[in-house]
Design a protein around this ligand. Sequence first.
Ligand SMILES: [Zn+2]
Length: 450
Amino acid sequence: MIDKKTTLTDIEDNSLPSGPDGSKRKVMYFYHPDVGTYYYGCGHPMKPQRISMVHALLKEYGLLKHMECITPPLAKEKVLLEFHIDDYVQFLKEVTPETQHEMLKELRRFNVGVFDCPVFNGLYDFCRTYTGGSVCGASKLNDKLCDIAINWAGGLHHAKKYAASGFCYVNDIVLAILELLKDHERVLYVDIDVHHGDGVEEAFFLTDRVMTVSFHKFGKYFPGSGDVRDIGVGKGKYYSVNVPLDAGIDDDSYQFMFKPIMRKVMEVYDPKAVVLQCGADSLCGDRLGCFNLTIDGHGECVKFMRSFNVPLLLLGGGGYTIRNVARCWCYETAVALNKEIPDVMPYNRYYDYYGPDFKLYVPPSNMENKNKMAQLEKVKAEVLDNLAKLQHVPSVQFQETAPDFYITEDQDEEQNMDDLPNLEMMEIDECELQPGRARSDSLELRAACI
Ligand SMILES: [Zn+2]
């Protein structure tokens, strides 16, 4: 349905004119061998095992030897407290499947114990494990020890300051961005999960030091937020970008939106670091998703963001047909490394999952693309128009770089909480909120402001 003539330039020209896309990048890969052993429970679509499946593919494709592989330390409690409230972190630390019935009030308050966010064995350590990879990755980028940091276990974008949501308990993305802000004036967050990146948007809704851009299914779909009219508030106005899409979007339609919008974002915002949440539930055939992207189309987003040669943190996210999630993130690791890998899969520990074809690439389905050209054009024009209103690249004065708050086990227990990046703090009135903002907990934005 997309006119190839219209999109050809967008698809081929994926570098800023001034930014040569050198092919080599130093890549660090963060993987904790325990992460795949956690289990949300019988029938739950979120399966941490998919991270082990990615790792097995990377190993057998021979990709591990091209990057530095790091087992990240578990994030410490004080790291989680940089964003989440103390009561919530204490609760995550204490609750167990055996004792949860004694904590009914807290379960309700923190949205835990429901089907989406169950209490399972090792919940707190699971959170610390996936968060450790993201924050450690950000820290290595700060120290310029790599160009691209990858943590496929991270990307849990729905978690709130004060509650769990949508299979997410701790928001590792927000914590990683806070880490990046210590050394980078402006951080760009891009989200290609099928769901709106609400937790991250909310955390930075009031600031211009982080721009969030989310491409997602909108309309009668979890979490319900992410209207194109939601653009940020106060100093953050125009620094939240939402690209609502409909079911069945294919590679061409997706890139018709993604590349021009992201090119404009890179031009007007000029971020000093980029975080890309690569949620794989936007792939065709996902158990919960409703998009029709192939691994090629999904990976094209990684390729495009990589081409700007800005420090890049690649994170996972959703993805519930786990054989395709593993295929996708393996392919995207190869993209990060600028390596071609064969379509025929090498034998690996999870080989049986990939039958009957045992290939890496999966063709799109024949589902209907409900995104009509006129609607895509309209949304794109509105988003580009908002971006054009950003006159100046915001800057902050760096007097002294705060020390990293990511502390490894053998470092000092005590670190001053004042080391946090100095973000704008402001109060907002209800009336300032944008009309399209779907959720009813807008007052909580005050609490979420960081
Ligand atoms: Zn998702």
